[in-house]
Structure formats: structure tokens, C-alpha cells
Write a protein of this length. Structure first.
Length: 416
């Protein structure tokens, strides 16, 4: 244990700049952006039926749900920064191989390759998150979380737009080469992050017991257990962002408006909102900040509850996307705190929380849809806003009753 403590002290003797984690997660942002927009668009252009495109989109996004299976790799043998670089370079190489196959002729092969490459894609998140937990000081955790989401969300928007721009001007192989190069470059940045050599440990023997011990320690900690329940709650998900385009016509907004407001500008608005997470003081309780971000998201929904007209949709959607980005930054900051720098398996835990984060997101999309089914547009909006306000109210009551307080300066100083 003493050697482990020394290792932690040595690897955090020089803190990296928080913005570096926005660069390190950028490759994953580009890949997510490609799967979200250019891939279905290019397949549709190739004459693939919409139902087949939906199946492909589902398959290529499956690896994110199973990252706990290979996330523990980033906690053994090599430094996490090395695993991060390996993941980035592997994803770049895979993109170079499968992107020229985009189309009807090699659809099954392309889908299979993207699915396999998704293992490396999702490992980027686990390795980057684990490295961020270990390498960032407590006072810079909010800033690093904000930049992490900026790289993920902004990279998705700009990466998708770049792929479409290049495809319109270059061949598929040349586009694949240039985008793969862009994906690979941040992998070199990983080696600039100071990190101590890992402890000697076997690949598999005893690993399950060790990982189980990490999760058991988490469950036994009242503070960490309470934070995990908060992450699994219905607040601060920003789930309605994927349903706003579907209700745009109710506000008199056409396809071009949706393209610019939700599409081209959406990623930038999400990134701007994520960057605002850096403004949250480092000594604020991150559970209150997370639920508070959900409250700001609910306030944006109230704008959309006004008299339907195009200008209202524009203002309401802009505010919703910005606050959704803010929720994302607060989610990352809270996750980093739950994992904690004292954990041996930071990448394993971060990967697990990344996978489980989809649970609350998916059921909130479903609940918003139920609200729409029974009460129309207002039902959707009220469902989304009520979930955020309810979680915020519960958190405030718990803090007031239990006397947990708003700030945790002493705890942060102890960790830092």
C-alpha cells in the first residue's frame, strides 16, 4: 500500500493542462460523429433502405455498452497513456480500412469491421477517463471535465461535417486517409501526460476479484453510492435533444431550420455548454452542481412551452443544447469524483460508468416519447422538465436535511 501511495504521488507531481483531455478525446468524438451523421447519410445516398441503415447504426454503436468487458485492459501492464495511444492508433487504422467500403457492395463487411473497431473506439473513453482521474488535480477536475466534453461533442459535430465536406470533393480512400490521420494525431499527445509506471500485475489472474473489490468499496461508501444513484436518475440527461427535430414542425420550422439549428450548430452549442462547466468552482459539491445543471436544462424547456413559433424554437433549442452540454460536463466531473484517484482500476470504473450512463439516457428518451404519445408536444416537454426539477428538488432536500453542505473544500484539498 505504501508503494502504491508513492506511485500516486510521483505520477501527480506535475499536473497536465486540463485542455489536453479535450484533445485526447477528440478522436472518439470524430468517430462518434461519423457514425451519427455521415455514415447513415452516405448509406442512404448509396440506396440502402432506411430500416437497414437503422440496423447498421444499432450494431456499430453496440461496443459502447460492453466496454466494461475490455476496459480493465487499460489498468494492467502498460501505462494508461500508452493504452490510450494504442486505442487511438488502432481506431485510426481501422477507419482507414473500413471507410472506403462505405456503400451497398461491401455493406456487411463494412459493418463487421466497424463493429470490431468499436472495441478500440470505446477503449479510448475508458483509458482517457482513467488517465484523467489519476492525472488531474482536484481543483482542475471541473475544467478537465469541461474540455473532455468539448472534445467529445465538438469533435462529433465538426468531425461529421468534415467527413461530408471531404467526401464531396475527394474519393473515399483519400477521405479515409485524411480523416484517419486526423484521428491518429492526438495519440501522440497522450505521451506528454505525466504518469508513473504501472504496478506489476497479471493479465487475468486475480483481476476479477480485484475489480469486484473496487465495486464493493464503492457500494460500501455512502457518499459514492449516493452519487451513483444520482447518475442513474432521470435528471441532467438532455434526452430531449434527439426529439427536438421531430417536433420542429409544430413550431413552423422546416428542414433547413432543423439542419442549421440542431445539426450544424447543435454540436457547437453542446460544446459551448460543456465549456461553461469549467466555470463551476472546484470546491462546490459536484452532486449539487450536477443536479443544478439539470435544473438549468429544465428552464430551457420552459422557453419551448411558450406559444409555438419559429423564433421560440430557435431560442429554446439553443438554450436547451447549451444546458445539455453543461449537464455533460457536470456528469464527467461527478464521475471522476466517484472513481477517485485512490482507485487502482480507474479506467475500469470510468468505462463502467460510461456504459451505464446510457441507461438513464435511454429510459428518459422513452419517457419523453410516452409523454408525447399521451399529451403531444407539451407532454414531451413537461416530462423532460419534470424529471430534472424532481431530481434537483430531491438533492436540495437531502442536503438540507442531512446537513451535507454545498461546498467540500476540505475534502478537495485532501484529495489534491
Amino acid at each position: 500500500m505504501r508503494c502504491y501511495a508513492v506511485a500516486i504521488m510521483s505520477e501527480t507531481s506535475r499536473w497536465p493542462a486540463p485542455w489536453l483531455f479535450g484533445v485526447l478525446i477528440l478522436p472518439l468524438g470524430i468517430l462518434v460523429g461519423f457514425k451519427t451523421t455521415p455514415l447513415p447519410y452516405l448509406l442512404a445516398q448509396a440506396g440502402i433502405p432506411v430500416d437497414r441503415i437503422a440496423t447498421v447504426s444499432t450494431l456499430v454503436n453496440l461496443p459502447t455498452l460492453f466496454v466494461p468487458l475490455w476496459g480493465p485492459l487499460a489498468d494492467v501492464k502498460l501505462r494508461r497513456r500508452t493504452w490510450l495511444a494504442i486505442s487511438i492508433f488502432s481506431s485510426a487504422l481501422a477507419f482507414y480500412i473500413y471507410f472506403p467500403l462505405t456503400g451497398a457492395t461491401h455493406l456487411d463487411l463494412m459493418t463487421a469491421l466497424i463493429l470490431v473497431a468499436g472495441v478500440a473506439d470505446s477503449l479510448i473513453a475508458a483509458a482517457c477517463g482513467g488517465l484523467m482521474v489519476r492525472a488531474i488535480s482536484a481543483r482542475d477536475r471541473n475544467k478537465a471535465s469541461a474540455w473532455y466534453q468539448v472534445g467529445l461533442l465538438g469533435g462529433g459535430a465538426l468531425g461529421g461535417a468534415l467527413v461530408l465536406w471531404l467526401v464531396a470533393r475527394l474519393s473515399l480512400p483519400m477521405t479515409g486517409f485524411l480523416v484517419a490521420l486526423l484521428i491518429a494525431l492526438p495519440g501522440l499527445v497522450a505521451f506528454t501526460i505525466p504518469e508513473a509506471p504501472p504496478e506489476a500485475s497479471p493479465w487475468f489472474k486475480g483481476r476479477l476479484k480485484q475489480i469486484a473489490g473496487e465495486f464493493l468499496a464503492l457500494i460500501r461508501s455512502p457518499t459514492r453510492r449516493w452519487s451513483v444513484l444520482l447518475l442513474l436518475g432521470p435528471g441532467s440527461t438532455g434526452a430531449a435533444m434527439f426529439l427536438l427535430p421531430a417536433i420542429a414542425s409544430s413550431y413552423g420550422v422546416g428542414g433547413d431550420g432543423v439542419l442549421w439549428i440542431n445539426g450544424a450548430g447543435g454540436g457547437l452549442l453542446l460544446a459551448a455548454g460543456a465549456l461553461s462547466g469549467a466555470l463551476v468552482p472546484s470546491d462546490w459539491d459536484r452532486r449539487l452542481a450536477y443536479s443544478g445543471a439539470g435544473m438549468t436544462n429544465a428552464l430551457a424547456v420552459f422557453i419551448l412551452l411558450g406559444t409555438p413559433r419559429p423564433s421560440l424554437y430557435l431560442i429554446g433549442t439553443v438554450c436547451y443544447l447549451i444546458t445539455a452540454g453543461f449537464c455533460g460536463a457536470c456528469w464527467t466531473a461527478l464521475t471522476l469524483e466517484i472513481v477517485g484517484p485512490d482507485s487502482r482500476d480507474t479506467s475500469t470504473l470510468f468505462g463502467a460508468f460510461t456504459a451505464t450512463a446510457s441507461v438513464s439516457f435511454l429510459y428518459m428518451i422513452w419517457l419523453d416519447g410516452v409523454g408525447y404519445h399521451h399529451f403531444g408536444v407539451r407532454g414531451l416537454l413537461w416530462t423532460d422538465a419534470t424529471a430534472n426539477l424532481l431530481v434537483f428538488a430531491i438533492v436540495v432536500v437531502v442536503f438540507l436535511v442531512c446537513g451535507l453542505g454545498v461546498r467540500r473544500a476540505a475534502a478537495d484539498r485532501a484529495i489534491g
